[in-house]
Write a protein that binds this ligand. Structure first.
Ligand code: SF4
Length: 178
């Protein structure tokens, strides 16, 4: 089974990547995050995620930065709270692109770490993923990547690898709240 793992950032994905690599799973990490602003922040998170993949010898793919695509799909939702409708639209954009990439590149299944942070609603991520999966026709693996000691390992790895830790989710509206 070839797995495509959509990642939002190094802190949320590091323990999952380490665990899958140790299990010798056939997987690739995909970075598609047009939600991140400003671009300097995007570049910082991209470089850190790439560094984690290099550390564990895992293939890493980054798709072009498309902030306009994110703005278009979340227009009018700027004042939504985190976990609200803007986040659902944001998840959908990223998961749809990931599933299209998986289809075009012969992956069997997609998963993501979009629900790993405790600030995120995992049920919301899974509901959006189910919808996109049914539309595109690519299976989505709903493993709860917070469990099995991964949260604890995540905290350790952040320290061990001295990972950059952002102080906001990613988009301009989430930045203003901090
Ligand atoms: S808060 Fe995070 S998940 Fe929600 S819209 Fe902004 S970047 Fe996307």
């Amino acid at each position: 089974m070839r797995l495509l793992l959509l990642s939002c950032c190094a802190p949320c994905s590091c323990a999952v990547i380490e665990s899958l690599a140790e299990q010798k799973k056939d997987f690739t990490v995909l970075f598609y995050n047009p939600n991140i602003a400003p671009e300097a922040e995007y570049q910082k998170r991209l470089a850190e995620n790439k560094r984690v993949c290099q550390q564990f010898g895992v293939p890493f793919v980054d798709l072009p930065y498309e902030p306009e695509a994110w703005k278009n799909c979340t227009q009018g939702l700027e004042n939504e709270p985190e976990r609200g409708r803007r986040c659902a639209a944001c998840f959908e954009l990223r998961l749809r692109r990931a599933m299209r990439y998986a289809q075009e590149n012969h992956f069997d299944v997609v998963s993501s770490v979009l629900g790993v942070s405790r600030y995120k609603d995992l049920d919301q991520v899974n509901a959006v993923a189910d919808k996109v999966s049914a539309d595109v026709g690519v299976p989505y693996d709903k493993t709860n990547w917070r469990k099995g000691g991964l949260q604890e390992r995540r905290a350790q790895l952040i320290k061990e690898l001295a990972l950059y830790q952002q102080t906001y989710c990613g988009c301009a509206p989430s930045l203003k709240k901090n």
